[in-house]
Write a protein that binds this ligand. Structure first.
Ligand SMILES: Cc1cc2nc3c(=O)[nH]c(=O)nc-3n(C[C@H](O)[C@H](O)[C@H](O)COP(=O)(O)O)c2cc1C
Length: 180
């Protein structure tokens, strides 16, 4: 597959299982996250890599942070186990006269995208998820994220359980205009 074909076929993988990326692959995934466009080289992001017992801790954090009813607690308990690895992407917003926080949030989002692409390039699958718990103050606190920062997403990573069916390309016309 060429680089452009790779980009044009980007998609998420929701069904993920073991194995998670090995240590060398994880290093490359994180390096891809570090390689994003970054105004002023502020590095306004943080990655928390969660595997193994860490997924159990995350599940406990979700449950203790949630005000969901009993039926939903069961669902929430299982959430972190949808993949063998989760990278939590969060912001570390910096005060800067010329670089607004919005740009720092955008660049942190680029990290999640770049790491998803790196996962796929290395033969893994990944899916970016948020949901209510990404905006929950207790979850942020439990993960060591300052309240003035943002939890950008949970990047679920693992090995696809089945061959991907490439989704159709979105219709482009209403999303693009040209000044000529
Ligand atoms: C910031 C952000 C948060 C997202 N949160 C969720 C989520 O909580 N649950 C979900 O099913 N998809 C979520 N998605 C969408 C998926 O990651 C995915 O992009 C979507 O299902 C479309 O699939 P595709 O990536 O294969 O086109 C989120 C995407 C972004 C960019």
């Amino acid at each position: 597959m060429t680089n452009i074909e790779f980009l044009l076929q980007r998609q998420s993988t929701s069904l993920l299982s073991e194995p998670a990326p090995n240590s060398a692959d994880l290093d490359n995934i994180l390096a891809a996250g570090m390689r994003v466009p970054d105004h002023g080289a502020l590095k306004p992001w943080h990655f928390t890599v969660i595997t193994g017992q860490g997924l159990v801790r995350l599940s406990e954090l979700f449950v203790s942070s949630s005000d969901a009813d009993t039926a939903n607690i069961e669902k929430i308990t299982k959430m972190p186990f949808r993949a063998p690895m989760i990278i939590v992407v969060s912001t570390v917003l910096k005060a800067h006269a010329k670089i607004p926080k919005q740009e720092q949030l955008i660049t942190s989002g680029c990290c999640a995208h770049a790491m998803q692409m790196a996962c796929v390039a290395l033969g893994y699958g990944a899916m970016w998820r948020t949901g209510d718990l990404a905006y929950n103050a207790k979850v942020k606190q439990g993960l060591g994220i300052e309240q003035h920062d943002q939890l950008v997403g949970f990047l679920y990573i693992g090995t696809p359980t089945r061959a991907a069916v490439v989704k159709p390309t979105k219709v482009i016309e209403s999303s693009v205009s040209y000044w000529q």
